[in-house]
Design a protein around this ligand. Structure first.
Ligand SMILES: *Cc1c(COP(=O)(O)O)cnc(C)c1O
Length: 472
């Protein structure tokens, strides 16, 4: 099959019309869809109802490899569904095509690995009501559907996503909204799923308006891959609806420059023109974007479309994603290749979403090499090592006269390291720390009945320090 799938570097020449996608200079479609009229191809409903999900359908678009055939035919595999639009970007002859590898199953996803988990982020344990993940002090992840336009093979939520029989109901939404309404520390609600933009437009608008009606919710965010899988869904009508619910932010999900097409540019233009700040969350994936040059090309394409790279995620320890995982070192290498080498706006934060529910932990190359009481030693991206002289006399900020310090918002149990810095507590102890360290009852200078409360002591020949009756 001699199908041209290379996306040409073209910009939109005229603004899109009200009804259709507008005149776009697009590459020819694969033969199976060559006869589909533009009006249908550009209709998101047509795209959704013509998704590919069988061996036969995929075989009409790409030359399937034995690994792919095995993956697609596997029982109990994660749901397969690909919009014709996104499928048309696949290279029919290259099994390593980065588009293809993100959405076509292979037998490799059936292979387990050390530390593989179903719910690696312990989201279920953080859910006060179904679909709501309250992990951080002031913001909440709100899962509103289990459905997506297409399914990423490395999905972090494959335990719930894609199941057509298990999605969220009206009463789940009511319970979620009720929790948010009575939890005033939540100022930021992040709609996700599944993909919120796959919801029936009326349901999505109902959710947005109900959230907007809660006074303490300051910002609403939508995490979506619909503009990438189904750019046709981004219509004038949709953005007109969305812009009523500002401040509304949106995070998209791009992994490779090959995903940038005239259709995507049009969709991002519409969204950005509606005043929706656009971010991008990418996942670091072996064989897809584990290359500093690919990532640099991607982030450049993104900022050209007014999409700000937000996070680069280390691949989660989730079932089915083993073959996509890279060492963390690869992420550090990519960050090293970005910082200083390109615009700060084009640089995401590289994060490991900590297994077990620790949340996102940023990781970066070390730029701080050393310090003394009056100088720090730092290095730049070129390896230039220099010093920063600390101020001779720093008059510290005075929390007692600062209105913001007086009115700080409560973070029940979550002040963490800032709590240590504020002197709220002296230490954070690992599990069973006290039991482990209460093993030396007889201290020189103290006895079991009158122990040392504060001070130093010798025990087993070692000098230990005791504060508040505890060895530290
Ligand atoms: C990622 C995430 C958020 C949002 O985190 P930000 O760093 O604010 O983007 C909120 N809740 C959960 C559970 C998340 O995983």
């Amino acid at each position: 099959m001699a199908v041209q799938t290379v996306t040409k570097e073209v910009d939109i020449e005229e603004p899109p019309g009200k009804t259709g996608v507008g005149r776009l200079d697009r590459p020819p479609r694969p033969a199976v869809w060559a006869q589909v009229p533009d009006a249908q191809w550009d209709d998101w409903r047509w795209q959704l109802s013509h998704r590919l999900n069988t061996l036969e359908e995929l075989g009409q678009v790409i030359h399937l490899t034995p690994e792919e055939i095995e993956g697609i035919s596997a029982k109990d595999r994660f749901r397969l569904d690909i919009t014709p639009y996104f499928a048309s970007l696949m290279d029919p002859d290259d099994p390593n095509c980065p588009i293809r590898r993100q959405i076509v199953p292979t037998s490799r996803e059936l292979v387990g690995f050390t530390s593989m988990m179903e719910d690696s982020l312990a989201e279920d344990a953080h859910s006060p009501v179904p679909g709501l993940v309250h992990r951080y002090p002031d913001r909440v992840l709100m899962l509103v559907t289990t459905q997506c336009a297409s399914y990423c093979r490395y999905c972090t939520r494959s335990r719930i996503v894609g199941d057509p029989t298990a999605t969220f109901s009206r009463s789940d939404y009511e319970a979620q909204i009720d929790y948010l309404a009575r939890t005033p520390q939540v100022r930021d609600v992040l709609l996700s799923g599944g993909d919120p933009l796959i919801l029936p437009p009326k349901i999505l608008e109902m959710l947005l308006s109900r959230l907007r009606a809660i006074p303490h919710i300051e910002i609403i965010r939508i995490g979506t891959r619909v503009p990438v899988f189904l750019p046709q869904r981004v219509t004038e009508e949709l953005v007109t609806m969305l812009r009523q619910y500002h401040p509304l932010w949106m995070n998209l999900h791009f992994n490779h420059p090959k995903e940038i097409t005239p259709e995507i540019r049009r969709a991002c233009n519409l969204l950005a023109d509606a005043g929706i700040p656009l971010g991008c969350q990418s996942v670091l994936l072996a064989g897809i974007n584990d290359c500093p040059h690919i990532m640099r090309a991607l982030v450049h394409e993104l900022v050209k479309m007014r999409v700000r790279p937000y996070y680069l995620y280390q691949c989660d320890l989730v079932e089915g994603a083993g073959h996509f995982r890279t060492p963390v070192a690869k992420g550090i290498e990519i960050m090293e290749a970005l910082r200083g080498h390109t615009s700060g706006y084009a640089i995401p934060t590289y994060v490991v979403d900590a297994p077990g529910g620790g949340g996102k932990i940023p990781i970066a190359p070390n730029y701080l090499l050393s310090m003394s009481h009056d100088r720090v030693v730092v290095r730049n991206f070129e390896g230039y090592i220099t010093t920063y002289q600390e101020p001779d006399e720093y008059r510290p900020h005075d929390p007692k006269t600062c209105a913001y310090c007086q009115n700080k918002r409560p973070e029940p149990g979550q002040t963490g390291i800032t709590g240590l810095l504020d002197g709220e507590r002296m230490a954070i102890k690992p599990e069973n720390f006290d039991q482990t360290h209460r093993r030396a009852p007889i201290l020189t200078g103290g006895t079991e009945t009158s122990p040392i409360i504060m001070g130093q002591a010798l025990t087993n020949g070692e000098r230990i320090t005791v504060v508040n009756g505890e060895v530290i």
